[in-house]
Design a protein around this ligand. Sequence first.
Ligand SMILES: NC(=O)c1ccc[n+]([C@@H]2O[C@H](COP(=O)([O-])OP(=O)(O)OC[C@H]3O[C@@H](n4cnc5c(N)ncnc54)[C@H](OP(=O)(O)O)[C@@H]3O)[C@@H](O)[C@H]2O)c1
Length: 164
Amino acid sequence: MITIVVAMGLDNEIGADNQLLWHLPKDLKYFKETTTNHPIIMGRKTYESIGKPLPNRTNIVVSKRKDWFEEGILIVGSVKEAIKFAKKIDEEIFIIGGGNIYEQTMDLCDKLQVTLVKTNLKADVFFPKISMKIWNKTEEICYEKDEKNEFDFCFQTYERKEAL
Ligand SMILES: NC(=O)c1ccc[n+]([C@@H]2O[C@H](COP(=O)([O-])OP(=O)(O)OC[C@H]3O[C@@H](n4cnc5c(N)ncnc54)[C@H](OP(=O)(O)O)[C@@H]3O)[C@@H](O)[C@H]2O)c1
């Protein structure tokens, strides 16, 4: 099972200046619970934006850079290689971004775990359009903003139609 995990705004915006667009501790907690103990695959820019390996998960970072080494992460030269490695570790693999990696893996994954953030913000990276011809929304749980979470948001699950 390959699952994409993403938090996006109403216009599919996901990032600006190599940063996330919002502060939603509830979403970060959900992300941690979802991905802990499973391999996570990310692009080099997303890794740099996080700044360190995420604990209790095999961090697989895709990059074309040569002679790059960092403690605590596995660096691979292609998305295909990343998936090959991840499959050796676990049956559940999570793709955690960013935009570039999502575009290349959307057709390869079985499930989308989307946090839809109910806002429109200026961004320079976007998630691909989720086609209702291909995906079925199978779950949705919504929360209202509060003192710690600055926007209303919904946790949504999409599954591939032919897989149902
Ligand atoms: N809202 C969310 O859920 C979420 C999640 C993750 C990230 N983000 C945001 O997304 C933004 C970053 O996304 P991005 O699209 O700019 O970058 P990205 O997808 O994180 O990383 C792109 C980099 O990955 C490497 N790469 C991609 N495809 C490759 C391939 N086929 N073979 C080898 N290397 C490959 C390249 O690294 P090299 O240049 O080193 O070769 C490329 O520059 C940030 O703003 C971040 O905060 C948002």
